[in-house]
Write a protein that binds this ligand. Structure first.
Ligand code: 7PJ
Length: 259
């Protein structure tokens, strides 16, 4: 996953360093990432919004270069204008933390051939961690994702283009995140592949006390737990390490593996 906000690949000023961002993406591909998720707006708790123009200027050169090099590229955006521009360039997947709820977003994806990841979020990034509340977090996330799937199907997006994501950390406390992880298999019944993002997230600060740069071991443990629960696509920062962990997990899970 490639964050192209100026605080990540900055040249020291307010612009994103395209060469550095592309090089980072190429390292991820070489390490075994199947999909590169490119995003120009931070969705972290408390993050400010950026304009569609600014967001597109950040992602366009990176998206274009990665597509030219044959990468499978996901565009992380909630804005219909940015979706349309990215899809016109050939983006393969839209990753939307708002699950296509913005006006015009469903239509933008429906008029393309691309896939979409529908993520659950309670509230919005700026305020979502202030007071998350659920009666039954798993039932509510499942219900929300089921309704978003129906809206997409009604707009003509077929199931082979759809995936879901419970949205770990997006308007969720530690107990909410743990309940979702424990009961992830209940989301499998929605019938489309599940993507999860747990890498380096703040639930690991609560569980291990580690700062963001020291959460690899915790991230690997969460990735394996999610795979055990039925996740099919894992959004990570540390590609090589996660690929190794998944190779080991697959070997003991898969009865047909021979020595
Ligand atoms: C996620 C995401 C996630 C999807 C972020 C971070 C926060 N997109 N974008 N799922 N998380 N689909 O990476 O810590 O969990 S940004």
């Amino acid at each position: 996953m490639l964050n192209v906000t100026p605080d990540s690949f900055s040249d020291g000023g307010r612009f994103v360093d395209v060469a550095a961002a592309v090089a980072a993406a190429e390292r991820m591909r070489a390490a075994g990432a199947d999909i590169i998720d490119v995003g120009g707006e931070s969705t972290r708790p408390g993050a400010a919004e950026v304009s569609a123009d600014e967001e597109w200027q950040r992602v366009e050169p990176i998206l274009r270069t990665l597509l030219e090099r044959g990468a499978l590229v996901s565009l992380d955006t909630s804005k219909p204008e940015v979706m349309r521009a990215g899809l016109a360039l050939g983006a393969h997947l839209i990753n939307d933390v708002y699950a296509l709820r913005r006006p015009g977003a469903i239509e933008a994806v429906a008029s393309s051939k691309a896939a979409v990841c529908l993520m659950h979020m309670q509230g919005e990034p700026r305020t979502m961690q202030q007071a998350p509340h659920y009666v039954d977090v798993v039932a509510e996330v499942r219900d929300f994702l089921g309704k978003r799937l129906q809206a997409c199907r009604a707009a003509g997006i077929s199931d082979d283009r759809l995936m879901i994501d419970p949205g770990f950390g997006f308007g969720k406390t530690l107990p909410h995140n743990l309940a979702l992880l424990r009961r992830l298999d209940e989301l499998k019944t929605l019938g489309v592949p599940m993507l999860v993002g747990l890498s380096r997230k703040s639930m690991l600060a609560a569980l291990t006390g580690r700062p963001v740069e020291a959460r690899l071991a915790g991230s690997l443990a969460l990735a394996l737990a999610a795979c055990e629960g039925g996740a099919r696509i894992i959004r990570v920062h540390d590609v090589a390490e996660t690929v190794d962990a998944l190779k080991v997990w697959r070997a003991f899970r898969d009865e047909t593996t021979s020595d």
